[in-house]
Design a protein around this ligand. Structure first.
Ligand SMILES: Nc1ncnc2c1ncn2[C@@H]1O[C@H](COP(=O)(O)OP(=O)(O)O)[C@@H](O)[C@H]1O
Ligand SMILES: [Mg+2]
Length: 457
C-alpha cells in the first residue's frame, strides 16, 4: 500500500489507454506493465497503460476511459496503490444531506453554506461531493452528486458509490424511516464507512455509559421513564432536577423542577415563547400539571439530577464541546462555545434568550486564574466521554456535540451528546477559526477512513 499525489489530465483521445509519467509508473510499481486496474470509489475498470516521458507524477486519462469511469475532474489528487496493479484515485467522499426547502442555488436549503465550505476545503485533497437519498441509484451503484466548481457554483455528475459517507441528514424523523434505515445498511453491506450513524436519544446515551465507570461519574444521576415516586425521590435527594424528553432538542419540553421543604414545588419551563414559573403546594398537583400537558408522552421523558452550574449575573452557563475524530482517529475538542442562559430561562439555547461567549470569558468570573486549569480538565473529560460513547456504541462516530456543565467546584458533567451537532457556536467571531478547524477534521477523518492517509505516523 503506498500513497502519493498526482496531477490528473484529461485528454480527448477516444482510445482506452492511460498514460503515466515514468516516475509515477515507478512509484506505483507499474513499470513494464501493459494494463492496470483503475479504481474510483467502489468502481474498478481495467485499462491499457503506457509510459510517457515527463518529470513528476502525471496521469493522462483519455475520453475513452472517462466514459467507463467518471473521474469528476482534472487536477491534483491522491493516488493509492493498493497492490496487484490496482491504482485508486480519490478519495471519493460523499456528504449525505437533504432539505425540505431548496432551490438550484441552495440545493440543501439552510445547510448549503456549510456544505459549500466543507467541499471548498477539500478541493485539492479529494473528490468531494454532496448528495441526497434521492440521488443514489443502487441498481447501477452510482450517485448523481453535486460538485462545486472553482467559481463556487454547483454542477452535477454521476459518480460511483463513494469511499466514505459523512452523514448530515437533518431530520430525526426522516432518520427513523425505513428507507433511511435500509440506506444506511446498504452502505455498510458494501463496506463503505458511514458516519455519523444517526441522532442520539438522551436515554440511549445514558444507558450506553451506565456500566462505564470512568464516564458514568460525569453523568448527572438520570432515570428514563421515571415513576412519580422516582421523580419525588430525586427531587428530595437533589432539591432540583431536570425533566426532559429523551428525543427532544433545542430545549423544547424541558422542565426545571425544584423542591423546597417549606415552600413546596416549583416548575420552570417555556410556554409559548416566554418563561413561566409555577408553584405547587404538593407533589401531586405538580404531577397533574405535567400529565395534563403531556399525557402518555411522559413515558419518553428522562429525569436528571440538576447541576449547579457556574453563573454570570445569576444566569447559568453551560458549554458545547464540538468533538471530532482526527486523521489519526483520535478525539479532540475542535471548538468550545460557552452559552449563558437568558434571564429566567431553563436552558441556555440562543433562541430562548441565551448568549454565546468564549469559555475563557465564561469561566474567568468564577475561577479567575484557575480558569485554564478548569478548562483543561473539562477538555480531558470531553475526550474520555467521547471515547466511552464510541466504545459502547455499535456504529461509527466521527463527530459529537457534547452539552457540558461545569459546577461551582469545577466538576464536569455531560447533559447530552448530539451525534449531528449544530454549528451555531462557530458564528461567534472568536470561534470562526475553530469552525474552520472543525471542517478540516471532517476532511482528515474522511481521508483516514477511506485509507487515503498514512496510518503509520
Ligand atoms: N441536569 C441538568 N442540570 C443543570 N442544567 C441542565 C441539566 N440538564 C439540562 N440542563 C440545561 O438545559 C440545557 C438543555 O438540556 P439538554 O439536555 O441539552 O436538552 P436539549 O436536547 O433540549 O438541548 C442544557 O444545555 C443545560 O443548560
Ligand atoms: Mg442540548
Amino acid at each position: 500500500m503506498s500513497l502519493t499525489y498526482c496531477n490528473v489530465h484529461f485528454s480527448q483521445q477516444l482510445n482506452k489507454v492511460a498514460y503515466l509519467s515514468v516516475p509515477l509508473m515507478k512509484q506505483l510499481k507499474l513499470t513494464g506493465k501493459k494494463s492496470f486496474h483503475l479504481k474510483l470509489g467502489k468502481e474498478v475498470i481495467t485499462a491499457a497503460i503506457k509510459p510517457i516521458k515527463r518529470q513528476g507524477n502525471h496521469l493522462y486519462l483519455s475520453a475513452g476511459i472517462r466514459q467507463t469511469i467518471t473521474v469528476p475532474k482534472a487536477g491534483n489528487v491522491y493516488v493509492l496503490s493498493t497492490g496487484e496493479d490496482e491504482v485508486q484515485l480519490g478519495p471519493l467522499i460523499g456528504v449525505l444531506t437533504d432539505s425540505d426547502v431548496r432551490s438550484s442555488d441552495t440545493p440543501f436549503g439552510p445547510r448549503t453554506g456549510f456544505i459549500k465550505n466543507l467541499l471548498r476545503l477539500g478541493t485539492n485533497k479529494a473528490y468531494f461531493f454532496a448528495f441526497t437519498p434521492r440521488d443514489i441509484n443502487w441498481q447501477e451503484e452510482k450517485v448523481y452528486g453535486y460538485f462545486l466548481n472553482p467559481q463556487g457554483s454547483w454542477y452535477r455528475k454521476t459518480v460511483p458509490l463513494p469511499d466514505v459517507v459523512y452523514n448530515r441528514l437533518p431530520s430525526r424523523k426522516a432518520e427513523t424511516s425505513t428507507s433511511i434505515t435500509s440506506l444506511r445498511e446498504r452502505f455498510i453491506r458494501k463496506k463503505i464507512p458511514f458516519f455519523n450513524w444517526s441522532f442520539f436519544n438522551k436515554s440511549d446515551v445514558y444507558k450506553l455509559l451506565d456500566g462505564d465507570v470512568e464516564a458514568a461519574k460525569h453523568l448527572p444521576e438520570s432515570v428514563s421513564n421515571p415513576t412519580p415516586e422516582k421523580i419525588k425521590e430525586l427531587l428530595e435527594k437533589h432539591q432540583f432536577v431536570y425533566y426532559k424528553p429523551t428525543a427532544g432538542s433545542l430545549g423544547n419540553g424541558i422542565y426545571r423542577l425544584t423542591y423546597h421543604p417549606k415552600r413546596g414545588y416549583f416548575a420552570r419551563y417555556r410556554r409559548s415563547g416566554s418563561n413561566v414559573l409555577l408553584r405547587f403546594n404538593n407533589f401531586k398537583s405538580l404531577m397533574r400539571m405535567l400529565e395534563s400537558r403531556h399525557g402518555n408522552s411522559l413515558s419518553r421523558y428522562v429525569i436528571q439530577q440538576g447541576i449547579r452550574l457556574v453563573e454570570i449575573d445569576s444566569c447559568p452557563i453551560d458549554f458545547r464541546f464540538h468533538m471530532h475524530k482526527t486523521g489519526k482517529n483520535e478525539w479532540v475538542p475542535a471548538g468550545i462555545g460557552a452559552k449563558k442562559a437568558g434571564r429566567g430561562s431553563v436552558t441556555t439555547h440562543i433562541k430562548n434568550g441565551g448568549s454565546l461567549m468564549t469559555p475563557e470569558q465564561a469561566l474567568s468570573r468564577t475561577f479567575g486564574e484557575k480558569s485554564k486549569e478548569v478548562l483543561d480538565y473539562a477538555k480531558k473529560v470531553s475526550i474520555k466521554l467521547s471515547e466511552a460513547i464510541e466504545r459502547n456504541y455499535p456504529h461509527m462516530l466521527g463527530e459529537l456535540g457534547l452539552d457540558i456543565g461545569i459546577d461551582k467546584d469545577g466538576e464536569v458533567y455531560m447533559f447530552e451528546a448530539n451525534a449531528k451537532p449544530g454549528r451555531s457556536i462557530f458564528k461567534h467571531p472568536a470561534l470562526k477559526e475553530q469552525g474552520m478547524t472543525s471542517l478540516s477534521y471532517i476532511l482528515e477523518h474522511c481521508l483516514y477512513l477511506s485509507r487515503f492517509r498514512r496510518r503509520d505516523n
